[in-house]
Design a protein around this ligand. Structure first.
Ligand code: ADP
Ligand code: MG
Length: 704
């Protein structure tokens, strides 16, 4: 029991959280800072100086030598630049450790190497990071020693957002303002703030590090570009929630402890559907903190894996043929005094405020389905969405039997008189206790499902930041609440007006509700009939960012300006083109240097065998001869598919950067990559395993 840890002792021990602040800051300073955190009051430099000093003292006690503004540029990963606390040496040759309020509040990283989508020419390199005091600072320990990480937002010299966090914070303000208006209508004058809360369930794969290193595709692109299915896949469903193997348990233990120390409330862990696939979910938190925590969690997942001789794959589809990984984004709206606006209560038909919130969200999702789809667009996610395991690339909402029935009553008769309730669960075994069933079963195939008191957006990719989708959710909810309040605040008979509005929204936006099987091919045809946007790939989804509808939405709520949206679209196209380019080049590299030489060796062995068997006087060498013929044929197909891909890749530069180039990748290069993969995977099935130049799927996912 030597490495026994008490969770309550370590939880948050490396976080400059509220209790540390209360303990270490002078009362007045603490109060001022709380006002900034809770009410958004501007922070004075005097207060910042005191906070910085105490933060530094605390961090040094925790072993920190450096501080870093930690931010989330549009690369999809976090960025940081480390500065030591030391000052210039004094006359006696010694140094002091210092950290000022100015250094806490503002950083100035050279921004020219981060994607800006034309927002900032490289010669205008100035970018600023600004402290987001609503997300606590923490000390991170790794090979570089201890670093005080200060969560920050990242903007250009002219104030445009260059990161994921700035728009997220803006969208939180937007939805707060409008949701407060809405609850005031219903007589709530006590709640002061409405905050979107999010719990992001993180899926990942774990594989052996040595095997990982032998796969150049995994090393360069995060996913396998070749690989035949082993005889066994996930069809036995024996991995999902199965007993966790010792090696993986030890890993999860360390991941949890690292998360807890940084205040990340890692809670639920289990094996997922695919072999070698797992999941970790924290307890939900305000969305900006949830987004930061998810980044911290992803980093810990990778770091601990590496330390334990494994690799954690966060790619959306590391292996074809088995499930990919996503990040389920559970979203709700909660007041500062603990009221969840998405809680229907036992009798939703009587809960008018809930029904209004719900129908507003239906309207929001229906009107901006394209944007919500775009928010989950990610190169890796193109491999996952629409597969037989992940939500389709079409947005719809699952409400469940109970709520659908309430809305149906409203639509058909104008009033909802009852709510279906869960029945008593009877297992038929007298020793098992009876309990009440939920009013509704689950639907695993829906991209946006109501799950009791929250919506679960299941499209987000496992590697992606959760910021984008929550920016969209918060802003479209804000817009729907605003339109409802604009109408209701001026109504003569509020009760009647609310009732009519709920009915109107439920009727007008019924088409977005779908409770059938989202994986079924018929759904796409049905969705088309309903006029829902069908955007299979990232390239199809990106234009949603810059429609007039979207610009109006985001400008109205000051979440993005037109320029910011245009730049983001530009960046998305670039990211897509660059990622596929790397994949295509990696394929060519692997085929040229590994596959073709290995197959040639194998054909030589076959030919030699034919000759020596014949020389030994045996005339029937048909088995070897057939195999040789088959292999040579596939080798030829491989070679010409590779030449074709190579030729296409060499044409890339002739397409202007941005949409045109991305479309070329999507329409020409991606199919050519598929064409190259096919014969190679077939070869893998027939070539001697000893001669195949890399570990197989079986080696990778069944032998962790
Ligand atoms: P489910 O079984 O529906 O997936 P879980 O309890 O496992 O639900 O929760 C999944 C995630 O949703 C967790 O991260 C959890 O903290 C989060 N969650 C639970 N309730 C809420 C809520 N009201 N708002 C946002 N997230 C929530
Ligand atoms: Mg869930």
């Amino acid at each position: 029991m030597e490495d026994f840890v008490k969770v309550t002792d370590i939880f948050g021990c490396d976080v400059f959280n509220d209790s540390v602040m209360q303990e270490r800051l002078p009362k007045k300073v603490y109060k001022e800072l709380k006002k900034t955190i809770e009410e958004g009051k501007e922070l004075s430099m005097e207060v910042a100086d005191v906070v910085a000093h105490e933060m530094k003292e605390w961090a040094i006690e925790k072993g920190a030598t450096h501080y870093s503004h930690w931010f989330q540029p549009l690369t999809g990963v976090t960025a940081e630049k480390h500065d030591a606390f030391i000052t210039a040496p004094m006359e006696n040759g010694k140094v002091l450790m210092s950290f000022s309020g100015k250094e806490l509040i503002k950083g100035e990283p050279d921004a020219s190497s981060f994607p800006s989508g034309g927002l900032r020419a490289t010669f205008e390199a100035r970018g600023y990071t600004t402290w987001d005091c609503t997300s606590p600072a923490f000390v991170r320990h790794d090979a570089a020693g201890g670093t005080l990480c200060i969560p920050t937002a990242f903007c250009s010299y002219t104030g445009e957002a260059l990161d994921q966090k700035t728009p997220l914070l803006r969208s939180m303000e937007a939805v707060n303002t409008q949701a407060l208006r809405l609850i005031r209508l219903f007589g709530n004058h006590t709640s002061k703030k409405v905050t979107p809360s999010v719990g992001a369930e993180q899926e990942y794969f774990l594989i052996d590090k040595e095997k990982f290193k032998q796969r150049k595709d995994l090393v360069y692109t995060g996913r396998t570009l070749f690989g035949a299915m082993p005889p066994k896949g996930q069809e036995m469903d024996d991995h999902y929630l199965g007993t966790i193997r010792q090696r993986v348990s030890a890993y999860m233990k360390e991941v949890n402890e690292e998360c807890w120390k940084l205040g990340v409330s890692a809670k639920t862990q289990h094996n997922e559907v695919a072999p070698a696939q797992h999941e970790l979910a924290p307890i939900y938190a305000p969305v900006n903190i949830a987004a930061d925590h998810n980044q911290i969690m992803m980093r810990i997942l990778k770091k601990v894996a590496s330390r334990q001789g494994m690799r954690c794959l966060l790619h959306e589809k590391p292996f074809a043929g088995v499930n990919g990984s996503g990040k389920h984004n559970n979203w709700s709206l909660t007041t500062d005094d603990g009221i969840n606006l998405l809680d229907p209560g036992k009798t939703p038909h009587e809960n008018v405020q809930f029904l209004l919130v719900l129908t507003c969200i239906l309207k929001a999702v229906d009107e901006h389905a394209d944007l919500l789809r775009e928010s989950a667009a990610d190169v890796g996610n193109d491999q996952r969405l629409g597969g037989h395991e992940a939500p389709p690339a079409v947005i719809s909402v699952f409400l469940g039997e109970q709520l659908e029935d309430v809305l149906d009553q409203l639509i058909s008769t104008g009033t909802a008189t009852h709510s279906k309730s869960g029945e008593k669960m009877n297992t038929g075994v007298s020793t098992l206790p009876d309990f009440m069933k939920d009013a509704t079963d689950r639907n695993r195939t829906s991209p946006f499902a109501f799950t009791g008191n929250k919506f679960e957006f299941r499209m987000v990719g496992s590697r992606d930041s959760i910021s984008s989708c929550n920016v969209v959710l918060n802003t479209i909810a804000a817009e729907a609440f605003k339109e409802a309040c604009d109408r209701l605040e001026s109504a003569e008979d509020l009760e009647l007006a609310v009732h009519d509005l709920i009915k109107e929204y439920a009727t007008d936006h019924q088409r977005i509700v779908f409770s059938g099987n989202g994986y079924a091919p018929e759904w796409e045809a049905e969705a088309k009939r309903r006029g829902l946007p069908i955007l299979p790939s990232m390239v199809d989804a990106i234009p949603a960012l810059t429609t007039e509808k979207s610009i109006k939405l985001f400008e109205n709520f000051r979440v993005f300006t037109r320029t910011e949206l245009e730049s983001r679209a530009e960046i998305q196209y670039e990211i897509y083109a660059k990622a596929i380019n790397i994949e295509a080049k990696t394929m060519i590299d692997i085929v040229t240097k590994q596959i073709i030489p290995a197959v040639i060796r194998y054909t030589t062995v076959l030919a030699d065998s034919i000759n020596s068997v014949k020389a030994a006087g045996i005339t029937d060498v048909s088995v070897q001869a057939d195999l040789l013929k088959k292999t040579s044929k596939l080798l030829k197909t491989t070679n010409s598919a590779m030449n074709k891909l190579g030729k296409l890749v060499s044409q890339v530069e002739s397409y202007p950067e941005g949409r045109e180039r991305a479309v070329f990748f999507r329409e020409k290069i991606v199919p050519a990559m598929d064409e190259l993969r096919k014969p190679v995977d077939e070869l893998e099935m027939i070539v001697d395993k000893e001669m195949w130049p890399m570990p197989s799927y079986g080696d990778l996912i069944f032998e962790v």
